[in-house]
Design a protein around this ligand. Structure first.
Ligand SMILES: Nc1ncnc2c1ncn2[C@@H]1O[C@H](COP(=O)(O)OP(=O)(O)OP(=O)(O)O)[C@@H](O)[C@H]1O
Ligand SMILES: [Mg+2]
Length: 261
């Protein structure tokens, strides 16, 4: 059985089928991508996986456990973290505080919640130091030192995307969902992101599923790609297979009115 899968997911908003019978499989410790034109249902799929939306049909299975009826905090506690297309951080807090808060919220709802009640003071202090160390490591890893004490609202969008990636990593997930991680980044930042994603996969052993419009990044780092169009899966395969798939070319070239943003 796959590490993570969706089976026949469907969800409609009014008359609009945002997802229609979407099944995907993700292998443990892989990097996979979801691509498709604007409005294809990519973010909706992430919202279903993370429990923000409840699919009207279908199942979502993570490590042999059905998760599609669970609330978002339980799904996060099982080890699925995400970033958002438009960044959802605390804008009037610093980078450091956003990462620390992310970690505290995780620990509260995570496995340690019961245990913390019985902590001695020194134990709590030790935990706090461990948390801070972990967050400092992430700040170093993502080269966020310059942004460390800045309010997030003062940072460029590309840096905010990095902070959000850092917050997701602070949750120590097993599956990381990234919604357009390189939006707003310059060429150099995109190169860095590509290397970090490889490291996240190889060194931290985290499985990555990303939505991305930047085709050079997608083709370079993804092992498998799923293509959505109007809520349906129209193709899946390796980057080579996807680049040569007539239906995919049609979906991208056919609708001029839905050009990338
Ligand atoms: N809460 C909602 N209420 C109504 N319609 C919605 C809702 N969420 C998504 N939709 C619709 O579902 C469709 C899919 O949207 P979604 O955001 O998943 O697309 P996407 O593939 O992420 O597009 P983009 O590349 O532009 O981010 C769109 O037509 C969108 O307007
Ligand atoms: Mg989207």
């Amino acid at each position: 059985m796959a590490f993570f899968s969706t089976e026949g997911l469907s969800i409609s908003f009014g008359g609009l089928k945002a997802l229609a019978d979407v099944s995907i499989d993700v292998q443990r410790n892989s990097i996979s991508a979801i691509i498709g034109p604007n409005g294809a249902g990519k973010t909706t799929l992430f919202n279903c996986i993370s429990g923000i939306y409840r699919a009207q049909q279908g199942r979502i299975i993570f490590k042999d456990k059905e998760i599609h009826r669970l609330p978002p905090h339980k799904i996060a506690a099982l080890g699925i973290a995400r970033t958002y297309q438009n960044v959802e951080l605390f804008a009037h807090m610093t980078t450091m505080d956003n990462l620390m808060l992310g970690r505290h919220l995780f620990l509260k709802t995570g496995l340690l919640s019961g245990a913390t009640l019985f902590h001695s003071r020194s134990r709590s202090a030790r935990d706090e130091i461990a948390n801070r160390d972990r967050v400092e490591q992430i700040i170093d890893f993502l080269e966020l030192q310059a942004a460390r004490n800045e309010f997030v609202s003062n940072l460029p969008f590309g840096t905010q995307k990095k902070v959000e990636l850092g917050r997701a990593l602070a949750l120590e997930p097993e599956l990381l969902l990234l919604d357009e991680p390189c939006a707003g980044m310059n060429v150099e930042e995109k190169q860095d992101l590509m290397i970090w994603l490889k490291d996240i996969q190889e060194e931290f052993g985290i499985t990555c599923l990303l939505i991305e419009h930047d085709m050079s990044l997608v083709m370079e780092i993804s092992e498998r790609i799923t293509v959505l169009n109007y809520g349906r899966k129209i193709a899946e395969g390796t980057p080579d297979q996807i680049q040569n798939d007539p239906q995919v070319l049609e979906a991208y070239l056919g609708g001029d009115d839905r050009a990338e943003n």
